[in-house]
Design a binder for this molecule. Structure first.
Ligand SMILES: *Cc1c(COP(=O)(O)O)cnc(C)c1O
Length: 394
């Protein structure tokens, strides 16, 4: 695409340093996707600059709208989800806000599950307070009952399966059927299942959102999000918000996610097997009243998980017996040696975080402190031994 300089043009060193006629030989082949950095994208001539449509991913217009590296990641994510179109955002939360700002305007209404990822709840509050949009919260286990909550101005229903702290698994089919009946769009935060253990589109979801920060990258070192759709017109509406908000991503980060994808299924299955082993061990412990793991019967919505999911990954929660004070359960978490204390998950290291679930989730039926575990890729027997010693510190 770069013009070669006419022979007659004698350039000063400083100009020559910006321009070279060298082209590497054709025919290089390797597995990794090349990392194409760009803000400026060069056009062949003015006519192709004028005819370029940034929404059309068969051509390049500006770094913000993508390079071959980000187009490749978008295409792979769409493939994994069974979607057609994908837009990348600088974080999972940015992907969520992009969907809201694309589809909601003053006077509109959005429904969010009461156990929703907390920053999404905060975004709902902000939209309500400052933007004249009403965000209302529904019981995630409402199922078909959501029909009664849909108003003429309801434009979007967010779902999350399961809720990433309370682990409740909603009846997505029923929610989507009700939404369809009223012509309301459904967005799914599919981060827990990594887009591989739950097919949102097949259940009737219109928009799938992913925090690639979790399993896709897999290294606890990248923030990125994705919004995947099947419908071109819907994708283009969200693409307008992507452009207007300037949701650019760094190509080195894109590369890390592409690299992570290659091992994602193996990692996910390993997290899943280890988490079920650790959860099963916790289930038998007298300190624990409930294991909130979708594959376990204690978990609200377990039947929905069984019907709709093919796996579970590494994230689950437990409820401590209410006889233990928060001071005691904090001591338990502090005593864990192999578990880090920190947010996010999907990386190779195990994590544990205590939550005051009763303050987060309206009408939560149980007393007791909730502790959420992310089971990493350590040997599960070592993790169990670590939990056992920490329970001794309760
Ligand atoms: C982590 C997470 C997000 C947000 O992703 P970030 O990249 O951290 O912004 C959204 N939803 C769920 C369920 C998550 O776990």
């Amino acid at each position: 695409m770069k013009k070669s300089l006419p022979k007659s043009l004698q350039t000063a060193l400083q100009t020559a340093l910006q321009n070279s006629d060298y082209r590497p030989p054709e025919g290089f082949a390797a597995y990794p996707t090349a990392i194409h950095h760009a803000s400026t994208v060069l056009f062949k001539d003015v006519a192709s600059m004028r005819s370029g449509d940034w929404k059309d991913k068969s051509a390049y217009t500006y770094g913000l709208h993508g390079t071959p590296t980000s187009f490749t990641l978008e295409a792979r994510l769409a493939e994994i989800e069974g979607g057609e179109h994908c837009l990348l955002a600088p974080s999972g939360l940015a992907a969520i806000s992009m969907v809201d700002l694309a589809l909601l305007k003053t006077g509109d209404d959005v429904l969010l599950p009461d156990n929703v990822y907390n920053p999404n709840r905060e975004l709902g509050r902000w939209l309500t307070q400052d933007f004249g949009i009403s965000a209302r919260f529904y019981d995630p286990m409402i199922g078909a009952g959501i029909l009664d909550l849909i108003q003429p101005n309801t434009k979007l229903i967010w779902t999350e399966s399961p809720g990433s702290v309370s682990m409740e698994v909603p009846d997505l089919r029923a929610i989507c059927a009700a939404a369809k009946q009223r012509g309301v769009l459904v967005a799914l935060d599919n981060t827990w299942a990594a887009g591989i253990a739950l097919n949102g589109f097949e259940l009737g979801v219109d928009i799938v959102m992913q925090a690639l920060t979790k399993y896709q990258s897999g290294g606890s070192d990248v923030l990125m999000g994705a919004v995947i759709t099947r419908d071109r017109e819907l994708n283009d509406r969200i693409a307008m918000a992507h452009m207007r908000l300037g949701m650019g991503v760094g190509m080195d980060d894109v590369y890390l996610v592409l690299r992570g994808l290659q091992t994602m299924k193996l990692r996910f299955d390993a997290h899943d097997a280890a988490a079920r082993k650790v959860a099963g061990w916790l289930k038998a412990r007298p300190e624990i009243t409930k294991v909130l793991h979708p594959a376990f019967e204690d978990c609200p919505g377990h039947a929905n998980w069984k019907r709709d999911f093919t796996g579970a990954g590494g994230l689950f929660s437990v409820l401590f017996d209410p006889r233990y004070t928060e001071e005691q359960t904090d001591r338990f978490v502090d005593a864990l040696a192999l578990f880090g204390i920190g947010f996010s998950w999907g990386g190779t290291h195990s994590l544990a975080v205590p939550y005051r679930i009763q303050a987060m989730r309206k009408d939560w039926p149980d007393a007791g402190i909730l502790v959420r575990f992310n089971i990493g890729l350590e040997d599960p027997d070592d993790l169990i031994a670590d939990i056992e010693q920490a329970l001794g510190k309760l």
